[in-house]
Design a protein around this ligand. Structure first.
Ligand SMILES: [Zn+2]
Length: 493
């Protein structure tokens, strides 16, 4: 008998954590964070306490308390008495968005994580440019005896253990004990997204992951649903993020509309888009080509393009960081030495202003800083994230500049407040007027009702469980045999 327990990702958008058990084989599909659940209790200034994180997250029902699953440096330190051998045979990761992957950092490093090559590169980007621990687990709460014979705390980074990452090939079947897995690439707003078809002892199950048909890889999604149609599915776990919406716009519209705005802009074009959405980066890259401008990217994107261009599977798909249509923006470092007199400081100190992973870009021939942006406003499309708006102070956009916002619109009060703050920045620097006219040009990573109807029709599964949605009622109208589950609920095949 096969069962699926939904520890997240139902009656919610994200936080997917589906535990599949089949004849003694146990796998997790995704292990993500729910923004809604974390937002109920935590904020920027109050999080789970690092020294007590698992206990905190169990107490708030944010993480399921399953023995043998979590890293033992944490369970020992938090006195959870969890020395059982792990029962989890694998994690199948659909993609490297935090609502699907965030809590992998809490898992035991020996649990194999099966993912696409692109997901691995994106997780490496998170690890190398931030504090995440997706690919490398860093032991915490270790003590040692120092030279004076006293106990000292080891720094967290002393013991690094590589996680067991298993990269699968798109479309190529593999087995985890009794379960055969078919990973099928689908179109979404980050590279390397896969849906899964599982062949278990009690039948076949598809998990759509997050998908759409209106991006640059619509054919991938079509191939997945066709494959579902051929697989005599007993069950489909079908996402429904935008099941209540009807919206025919596509990623190509983003490129076209942006091209038009850029053509109409005399001075600097500033843009904001999701930092790891390389298909969106492509839209702005192509819009830059169309308008004879350079796209100015930030260091994290430069690093991501470097990782992708080093892989034979992606080197022709996305531009290299030193592409002739790209400039790399070097921001002020920790001491802002970039514009200081280096005879008083030194080249060496300038390098030390930047983190290890950032340094090599200082020597790239296409590296620029705020002075170049100020001087060449008509030639550039400047990427500026919501977290680096201070760049506007240095750049001083000329009158007749514009801002294209290619990010999701606010859907809660907190986001509305944040957006108000962003507007204040662009108004302050004369990019938008008091009427606040920035250009909102965005398409979602998720299909609308028409697209989901097509998935459900062609997949032709006997039963459907809605996931990644707060609008189950729409699925009920689209499929004759819908089963809904609550959090921690189990469905028996
Ligand atoms: Zn998601």
């Amino acid at each position: 008998m096969t069962s699926i327990t939904f520890h997240g990702g139902v009656n919610d958008i994200g936080g997917n954590k589906f535990l599949v058990e089949d004849k003694g084989t146990t796998i997790l599909m995704d292990f993500g964070m729910s923004f809604r659940e974390e937002g109920q209790f935590f904020s920027q200034f109050m999080n789970a306490r690092a020294s007590n994180s698992l206990v905190d997250l169990f107490a708030l029902d944010i993480l399921p308390n399953i023995p043998g699953m979590y890293r033992t440096d944490y369970t020992e330190h938090m006195e959870l008495e969890d020395d059982e051998e792990t029962s989890i045979d694998a994690v199948l990761l659909t993609h490297a968005h935090v609502d699907h992957c965030k809590y992998i950092s809490y898992l035991r490093p020996e649990i194999p994580i099966y993912c696409s090559e692109a997901s691995k590169l994106i997780m490496q980007n998170y690890d190398d440019t931030g504090t995440d621990q997706y690919l490398t687990h860093k032991e915490k709460f270790e003590v040692y005896t120092n030279r004076n014979g006293e106990l000292s705390k080891k720094q967290g980074d002393d013991v690094k253990i590589a996680r067991n990452i298993q990269v699968f090939e798109d479309g190529k079947k593999f087995s985890i004990d009794s379960i055969d897995v078919e990973p099928m690439p689908v179109d979404h707003s980050i590279p390397g997204v896969d849906a899964f078809i599982l062949h278990t002892s009690s039948g076949s199950i598809a998990n759509t992951g997050d998908l759409r048909f209106h991006g640059r890889r619509a054919q991938d999604t079509e191939n997945f649903v066709q494959r579902c149609g051929q697989s005599e599915l007993d069950l489909i776990l079908c996402e429904g993020t935008r099941v209540q919406k009807a919206d025919p716009t596509t990623e190509y519209d983003v490129e076209d509309k942006s091209t038009k705005i850029i053509n109409e802009t005399e001075q600097l074009v500033i843009c904001g888009y999701p930092i790891r959405d390389l298909d969106r980066l492509m839209s702005f890259y192509l819009a830059a080509k169309n308008t004879n401008r350079y796209l100015v990217i930030d260091l994290k994107q430069a690093y991501l393009l470097k990782l992708f261009s080093a892989s034979s599977s992606f080197s022709n798909l996305y531009p290299k960081p030193d592409d002739k249509n790209i400039k790399i923006f070097i921001p002020r470092g920790t001491w802002s030495l970039i514009d200081k007199d280096l005879s008083k400081f030194s080249e060496r100190l300038l390098k030390m202003d930047y983190k290890e992973w950032q340094r090599e870009f200082l020597d790239y021939p296409n590296a620029i800083d705020y002075r170049d942006v100020t001087a060449h406003q008509k030639e550039l499309i400047f990427y500026c994230s919501d977290f680096n708006l201070q760049n506007l102070i240095d750049i001083k956009p000329n009158p007749n500049s514009s801002y294209i916002r290619s990010l999701t619109e606010p859907f809660d009060v907190e986001m509305e407040l944040k957006e108000e703050q962003i507007k204040n920045w662009f108004e302050r620097f004369g990019v938008i007027s008091r009427e606040r006219d920035w250009h909102q040009i965005h398409v979602s990573g998720h299909g609308d009702s028409t697209q989901l109807m097509h998935v459900i029709d062609v997949a032709n599964a006997k039963k459907l469980i809605p996931i990644h949605t707060t609008h189950d009622e729409y699925h009920l109208r689209m499929h004759p045999n819908v089963h809904t589950v609550n959090k921690h609920g189990t469905y028996q095949m």
